[in-house]
Design a protein around this ligand. Sequence first.
Ligand code: ADP
Ligand code: MG
Length: 430
Amino acid sequence: MFEFIKDIAPNLFFILFLVFFHQYWSEKREWSRPIKQISVFLFGALSIILCMGFTIPTNNGMTFDLRYIPFIIGGLYGGPFVTIGLYILMFVLCLAIGGTVGFIITTTIATLIAILILSIHKQYQTWVASEKLSFTTTLGTYSALTVAVMTVLISPEAGMDQKNWIAYMAAYLVGTWISTKVIEDIRQYELLQRKLVRSEKLEAVSHLASSISHEVRNPLTTSRGFMQLLSEQEVPDHCKEYIKISIEEIDRAAEIIQDYLTFAKPSPEKVEILQTKDELKRAMDVMQPLANMNNVKVQSVLMEGSIKAERSRLQQCIVNLMKNAIEAMPNGGLLSVYSDVVNDKTVVIRIRDTGIGMDANQLSRLGEPYFSTKEIKGTGLGMMVVYRIIESMNGFIEVESEVGKGTCFTITLPLKKEVKEKVSLQSGVV
Ligand code: ADP
Ligand code: MG
């Protein structure tokens, strides 16, 4: 048995080293999904090739290795394409190596594992680490057990003695357990790291907001007033243009400061009952010039629905979303605004664009302070404020986005019922 363990150790070493190296190396990188899949496939393929290259020979000509561990781990973490890719690789390698019994056993077990992974990999992503660990270790050990049973049934004389079979299964159990644990722990570590950075940034923003925003806003308002006065005087045309640009820039600075201020005081103050239809129309009017400039058509389907909110913040939130939507369509497109009451309980507002969209990484960073892909024009404050405002109104936001196709923001807010009844009563009387 010690001989067997000594033989199987390199297999285990390759797998664990590659799993660790890959996870550590890839987790820090902000890759798109296809690149991630390719990298999982390459590392999985390398592990399988090394396992099959360093097999453990038995006295009777059969060889054994830990090839199913990278297959299981790669398939579950990489998804269907990786599963199919690794499956084909194993099939080809088996054909190349030859041997009927080995071929039958490998294809049967690989097929069963592949079917299981394909049917379960989506749920797998939603499980907590302990559930994943139980699943991979059970699957790994069962795969080894099936190899043992099949070998004994098909070719009893080719097998190994009982102790070696136990060591073989134990290697699968340990291999799958450590691989999963390494992946999950590194993921958890990276997640915590990101959360820490995010919360530090949030703290810095909030500190900055409360300390300087007011002081900066007052001189800006004064300057804007004088610029306005100046533009009403007799001045040459080119000076008028300069003044116009200056006012626009001051307005932009004021907007940024407004975002900071909202962040510093997230709890609503002048709360009133608002009609989403009216508020959305108002925001659309504000955004119309920007839409025209970008060749964006604005369309809307708006139903009545009342919510409890502070007008200026709701406006800021919708305007920020619409602005992002328009900015995502530099070559024109369609901005659709929709609102309705759902289940007599919530008001749903949907802002959809046909713009550049976002990838998974951008989506996951949405709302993070200073996260912007807009080089000089962006501040990365808009979405942070949007999330903060909606949160303070006891609502939530869902985002769907596809690169090159567009983005849809769905805001769900609690419906203010009593008022809705009053309104319908009034209209009934009329
Ligand atoms: P900013 O607009 O100043 O860049 P935001 O917080 O408003 O900051 O948005 C952060 C980032 O989120 C943007 O830079 C952009 O990459 C992305 N984003 C937000 N909304 C959309 C959208 N509708 N379509 C595509 N990308 C978007
Ligand atoms: Mg923005």
